[in-house]
Design a protein around this ligand. Structure first.
Ligand code: SF4
Length: 349
């Protein structure tokens, strides 16, 4: 059955045919710990006959989430270590995260901020906290880019988004405003003229970083929503998480990256899954990830290549995990081509 409203409780999931009655008790245990929401668009996309459906795996709770491994942590990428005032994360000199809201239209089972988002999460910044966050940005002339994340900033009304953009437009040193969101895919109907207008402010360039992990998420409605954003002058880039059982094969990743490029969304980041609590069933090893990404070279256009990155636990920032293409140094460098062939550089003749 297709839902007309988000599914938020174990009983909603049962009624929608996404959970079997015998599994309900385990799902209720997960629901006590982590938020649940599946938007109508995503509920409609799930193939109920496929027990391994990659869309269901991203959104339908799994009792495996209650198993926490020793290396997992509540704040896997170390936001708190770099938060000078509530709502701001200042990890790199020229940019900050502004976490205005900790609500999402869907709750991803692998979420790296799962301890912060949802009804029991950090909520929405109070007006006073917003004042302090904007004050911090205004007081730091080195901040060139503000990244609205959370939570999903595009759950805010166009009026609230326009207010945020208006306040940023009065801070001259901020040039770029980036929105991290799943909305164009999971609630494409929200992307309309008033939302597009709200994302613009004089003197600022708006980027929307779309989070999607499987090519089936790029439905005609999602593609149309992206087209509305791009046609309105907003630059789109992608971010995806490499997830076991969702996109951990080269064909799926290639189709996903191609779908982005066809939709005028430039592939940007492919994240190695973070050490969020209860997510070990989604994680593959760095070596497995590296082999998959190496398999994309040669197979798909350079336009489609994402940068594979790992957020170093503890808040130390991102590290690029490249396929090992160069060995040696100085006069004896060996370069690997996309088939694994070795070539001396510079060539001997
Ligand atoms: S949309 Fe982003 S912040 Fe929200 S649950 Fe998914 S991964 Fe987490």
């Amino acid at each position: 059955m297709n839902a007309s409203r988000p599914l938020r409780t174990p009983d909603d999931l049962l009624e929608a045919g996404l959970v079997a009655p015998e599994d309900l008790a385990g799902i209720r245990d997960v629901a006590e710990r982590y938020a649940i929401a599946i938007s109508p668009a995503m509920a409609a996309l799930i193939d109920r006959k496929d027990p391994d459906d990659p869309i269901a795996r991203q959104f339908v709770p799994d009792p495996a989430e209650l198993k926490v491994t020793p290396e997992e942590r509540a704040d896997p990428i170390g936001d708190l270590a770099h938060s000078p005032v509530e709502g701001i994360v200042h990890r790199y000199p020229d940019r900050v995260l502004l976490k205005a809201v900790h609500v999402c239209p869907v709750y991803c089972r692998f979420c790296f901020r799962r301890e912060m988002v949802g009804p029991q999460g950090l909520g929405t910044l109070s007006p006073e906290a917003m004042d302090r966050a904007f004050g911090y940005i205004a007081d730091h002339p080195e901040i060139w880019e503000v990244i609205l994340t959370g939570g999903d900033p595009l759950v805010l009304s166009p009026r609230r988004l326009a207010e945020i953009m208006q306040r940023l437009s009065s801070i001259d040193h901020v040039k770029i405003v980036r929105f991290h969101t799943r909305v164009p895919v999971v609630e494409p109907e929200r992307i309309d003229e008033s939302l597009n207008a709200a994302l613009k402010a004089s003197g600022k360039t708006a980027y929307v970083a779309l989070h999607a992990n499987h090519p089936r998420e790029m439905t005609p409605a999602a593609r149309a929503a992206c087209a509305r954003l791009v046609d309105a002058g907003i630059v789109m880039i992608s971010q995806s998480v490499l997830l076991k059982g969702v996109n951990d094969d080269a064909d799926t990743l290639a189709d996903l990256m191609r779908a982005f490029v066809e939709t005028r969304v430039k592939p940007y980041y492919l994240h190695h899954p973070d050490l969020a609590p209860g997510t070990s069933h989604f994680r593959l090893s760095v070596e497995e990830g590296r082999a998959l990404v190496a398999g994309l070279r040669g197979r798909i256009s350079g336009l489609c290549q994402p940068t594979y990155i790992l957020d170093i636990p503890g808040g130390h920032g991102k590290a690029v995990i490249g396929p090992e293409a160069i060995r040696g140094s100085g006069g004896c460098t060996t370069v690997l081509d996309f088939k694994g062939g070795e070539h001396a550089y510079p060539p001997s003749e």
